[in-house]
Design a binder for this molecule. Structure first.
Ligand code: GLN
Ligand code: ZN
Length: 757
């Protein structure tokens, strides 16, 4: 049985591409040097794939920044504000990716968005009425030829026409349909050209097919490919989908002239069912995504073999494939030198997944797959009892009833009790938690990690920072204070390190966007709270002031979403285990005199399933209750806040209200406070602090503009429910802009207060 992958990580085993690109941005190396680093990574990866025995090796999966941006350049869909700068090709590309500020002009970058349900971000192509879509770039051809010169005949990979047109933003009056004709022409030219260079197969990625599709969507998809495939002389086309199943267009897909169809059997809940019910065309090859491209656990050969044997009843032409590009997992276990073998044997990063594909291929070629040695070994590995099992936690989360997930008394009564207790003025002012992580804060942390300072010295420094932060907030006149989060590197990693059940990798970097990579912690066993995590700092901070000091925690859904999750228990079960641990911390903070506790759910929105019909059952039905479990045990007079980073939650507004927090703060300034109308229409019950200014920019907002934002708020929301705060944590900002911004914020709130009372 042949094997294939959809794409390979492009950053290099030790993030060589990141470091070289950043040097190039700083002017420390030339473009030729950057190109060379990129080429070295590509050739290394090609050879690795070839030596692993992989049959379908991708090319053009490489990118200097992002594959969607590459496609925009390939199709001549680059806004003029970048091309007119007069920069060289590479710098024009980086200008669109990162913005440009220099002697040739001043332009912002293209917008960036989450890539489906992953933590990767793509650059949103911008198409205006004058965009002239045509085949304009050479990258797929150059990379195919480069690989060929190095002895590897690859399968070039390209983002598909439908997905490209669906992801683009249309700034004029025209829509996707208006560009269909020209886009199709560009793709057919591309196929012909790749064929003439000697490509046998071309992979066209269409992940947008796994989303909900309307009849018009299907029509657009079909009409594009009828044209694209009309005269593809010679070259075979694989239509690749991932991140779900293609239930809305399976039959159309099978009816078109593709030579191969790639389906995802990991995240595609209905993929197997679709094949069983509708059959699979005899003249096509099924690229079966059976090795998870998103998680780091070893494949279960038992499951995979059974899926493939089932598929074999419907088609003989099967190629073993990953479920999506390996871009979403780290490169290689080889560099995990500190992780013990007892953990490592359960993991497969990108390189190890190549090994799995090759093993699976020989297992499936054997007469009796289940009797092969590799199969048996894998079975044994998966049936090993996992260390880190915590029966108390398991029993506790299993025995939860509806009652445990409901906080009493009800919101309205609590609101009254809390107003009485805190006696806060109208428009109470607060911040989201972190204060600037200045160089001294980072230095203190790294010195402690390296053992250059003692724990006592480390903690003394943090206390000093907290004291300064509290004094600063009092001077500025904020109403509800924070300790500043100086003890945290990251809002998830910090809690991961304090919780039992987590393990940490050394080099398991995954690209998040451009040169930015993240290293998600791994949920290994059952999660439990080993010790208080934040109580010490919050208590200290509260001792310095008479104003309420917010305790700061990260919520269970966000912790889970930004980790590599377990596959042996459900996400729901993991979420409740984490919720239990955070709940214990909440109660501990309360017992230690903290009267307001904020539980951040920054990432709640981002893992909402791609299909609306899956929203409830697969996600919201456990995510919202898990959050409620965190705070359902507190006293009525304790105020629970939450914070979310995206205000794009209009479509789940009732669920947000059902989190039953007392106050929610969120990003709203960039979306021009449009969310307020939705809150109003839905009679949103929770008190709200829509961010009045954008902390992602170094700009200092004036008092006047903050007052205007408050004005917009009061037009739609009862004043008694409004809070005034920035739109996210301040850790990435400097004090230079933070202090004047917060002074303007407090000034604006005071004026609004006087005018409204
Ligand atoms: N409390 C966190 C902070 O202020 C929230 C961060 C976030 O929303 N991403 O940094
Ligand atoms: Zn935020």
């Amino acid at each position: 049985m042949k094997t294939s992958i959809i794409g390979y990580p492009r950053i290099g085993n030790l993030r060589e591409l990141k470091f070289a690109s950043e040097k190039y941005f700083r002017g420390e190396i030339t473009s030729a040097e950057l190109e060379q680093t990129a080429k070295d990574i590509r050739i290394y990866d090609l050879k690795l794939q070839k030596n692993s025995g992989l049959d379908f090796i991708p090319s053009n999966d490489f990118s200097f920044y992002d594959g969607v941006l590459d496609t925009a350049f390939l199709l001549n869909a680059v806004p003029e504000r970048y091309t007119s700068l007069g920069l060289c090709e590479l710098d024009t590309y980086f200008a669109a990716a990162r913005g440009y500020q220099g002697e040739k002009g001043d332009v912002k970058a293209l917008a960036m968005k989450k890539w489906y349900n992953t933590n990767y971000h793509y650059m949103v192509p911008e198409i205006d009425d004058n965009t002239d879509i045509k085949l304009a770039g050479n990258k797929p051809f150059e990379l195919f030829s480069e690989a060929l010169e190095n002895g590897v005949k690859t399968k070039p990979v390209i983002i598909g026409a439908y997905t490209f047109l669906k992801l683009a933003r249309y700034t004029g009056t025209k829509t996707a349909e208006d560009f269909a004709e020209k886009t199709a022409a560009a793709y057919s030219e591309l196929l012909v050209k790749l064929g003439s260079l000697g490509a046998e197969w071309v992979q066209i990625d269409e992940p947008s097919l796994v989303k909900d599709m309307t009849a018009e969507d299907t029509e657009l998809f079909v009409s594009l490919y009828e044209k694209i495939l009309a005269d593809k002389t010679g070259v075979k086309v694989l239509l690749q989908t991932y991140f779900g199943d293609v239930r809305d267009c399976y039959n159309e897909l099978c009816g078109l002239g593709f030579d191969g169809i790639g389906l995802d059997f990991i995240e595609g809940k209905r993929s197997l069912e679709l094949v069983k019910q509708n059959g699979f065309p005899k003249d096509k090859v099924l690229f079966a995504g059976v090795v998870n491209g998103k998680n780091i656990w070893r494949n279960s050969y038992e499951k995979t073999v059974s899926t493939v044997l089932e598929l074999k009843k419907y088609t003989e032409n099967i190629v073993l494939n990953t479920s999506c590009s390996l871009l979403h997992v780290p490169c290689t276990l080889a560099n995990e030198t500190k992780l013990s073998a007892s953990f490592k044997k359960h993991f497969a990063y990108a390189e190890e997944k190549l090994g799995e594909l090759s093993e699976l291929s020989s297992i499936l070629d054997a007469d009796k797959p289940c009797e092969t040695e590799e199969y048996r070994k894998n079975l044994a590995l998966h049936s090993e009892k996992r260390a880190g099992e915590n029966t108390a936690v398991k029993e506790k989360t299993a025995s939860l009833t509806e009652k445990d997930l409901v906080r009493l008394p009800e919101f309205a009564e609590r609101e009254k009790i809390q107003k009485e207790r805190f006696k806060l003025p109208l428009f109470p002012t607060t911040t989201i938690g972190s204060f600037p992580q200045t160089a001294d804060v980072k230095h203190n942390r790294s010195a402690f990690r390296k053992g250059e300072i003692t724990q006592a010295e480390y903690e003394q420094f943090i206390e000093k920072k907290i004291a300064e932060c509290v004094a600063l907030q009092e001077e500025i006149g904020l109403d509800v204070l924070v300790h500043g989060e100086f003890e945290r590197n990251d809002m998830v990693e910090y809690f991961g390190e304090c919780l039992d059940g987590y393990i940490f990798t050394e080099k398991a970097w995954v690209q998040s966007y451009g040169t930015r990579c993240v290293k998600p912690p791994v949920i290994w066993g059952d999660i439990s709270r080993a010790k208080p995590m934040t109580v010490r700092w919050s208590k200290y901070a509260q001792s310095l002031t008479d104003k309420p000091m917010k305790g700061m925690l990260t919520g269970p859904v966000t912790i889970l979403n930004w980790s590599f999750p377990r596959e042996d228990i459900s996400l729901k079960e993991s979420a409740f285990q984490i919720a239990l641990a955070i709940r214990e911390e909440v109660l501990d903070l309360e017992a230690n005199g903290i009267s307001i506790i904020q539980v951040d759910e920054a990432a709640l929105r981002e893992k909402l399933p791609l299909r609306k019909s899956d929203w409830r059952e697969d996600y919201l039905d456990w995510a919202i209750p898990a959050f409620r479990y965190v705070h359902s045990g507190v006293k009525p007079e304790t105020q629970i806040h939450t914070h979310m980073c995206y205000s794009e939650f209009a479509d789940i507004i009732k669920d947000i209200d059902n989190m039953d927090a007392d106050v929610i703060t969120f990003e709203a300034s960039r979306s021009d406070l449009t969310i307020l109308d939705v809150l109003k229409e839905n009679n949103f019950r929770t008190e709200v602090g829509p961010g009045v200014y954008d902390i992602h920019s170094p700009r200092i907002p004036s008092k006047q503009e903050i007052k205007e934002a408050i004005g917009k708020m009061t037009e739609r929301i009862p004043v008694s429910k409004l809070w005034v705060n920035p739109d996210c944590g301040l850790k990435t900002r400097g004090n230079e802009e933070t202090v004047p911004s917060l002074k303007n914020l407090v000034g604006a709130a005071i004026e609004a207060r006087n005018e409204n009372s």
